[in-house]
Design a binder for this molecule. Structure first.
Ligand SMILES: [Zn+2]
Length: 205
């Protein structure tokens, strides 16, 4: 299995190809031959922990094909037990060494959380509420700053705060992940996809 640094390089390059709409390689990786090769097993080089938004499909924005990425998607890229289990599974079973927590501009789940903080909704489904409740702690404090008077800026900051919070939670989500980070070179980083430019901004940590 390739290192986290090498995996990150592949994702960066793939995203640049996608955003520039040039020389995309994905097509070579979604052939019948590739599908047949993968019947024997998979070795995904990165785990993408992203939002479900239809505009942010991991394989497409990173220009990757079958068997390349182990993708976990949930609205608002919130960290919950079965999702942590999915990361553990891939990191242990396949030896994948890079996890990217991928949020994006104009995230609906973050917007819903900001709306909820501004004006609580009584009749929200408990399932939807569980998503909002997981985003709330990371964006709540922003509501107390001057950003509260500027909705567009507030959303930008809130999206990034939510990505950082999810990445941080995931790093400490279980003893298995902590050990893989400390002893086996597993890296968990945040990143933000821009709907406008098509580019992914990877965070330093
Ligand atoms: Zn979203």
């Amino acid at each position: 299995m390739i290192s986290a640094e090498e995996a990150l390089r592949r994702l960066r390059e793939g995203n640049q190809r996608f955003a520039a709409d040039s020389d995309q390689q994905r097509i070579d990786h979604i052939t019948e031959m590739r599908r047949r090769e993968l019947v024997r097993g998979q070795e995904p080089f990165a785990i993408i922990f992203g939002c479900s938004d239809s505009r942010v499909p991991a394989e497409i924005i990173f220009d990757q094909g079958l068997g390349d990425l182990f993708v976990i998607r949930v609205a608002g890229n919130v960290v919950a037990p079965s999702l942590v289990g999915s990361v553990e599974f891939a990191a242990e079973k396949f030896g994948t060494r890079l996890v990217v927590v991928l949020g994006h501009s104009d995230c609906g789940a973050v917007t819903a959380t900001l709306e909820e903080l501004a004006q609580p909704v009584k009749e929200r489904s408990p399932n939807l509420r569980s998503i909002v409740d997981r985003i709330r702690p990371s964006v709540e404090t922003l509501m107390e700053t001057d950003l509260q008077h500027n909705p567009d800026e507030l959303l930008k900051y809130a999206v990034r705060a939510n990505i950082r919070a999810s990445a941080s939670q995931l790093r400490h989500a279980s003893p298995i992940l902590e050990e893989l980070i400390e002893e086996d070179g597993l890296r968990i980083i945040g990143a933000e996809y821009s709907l406008e430019s098509g580019l992914v901004d990877f965070f330093d940590n």
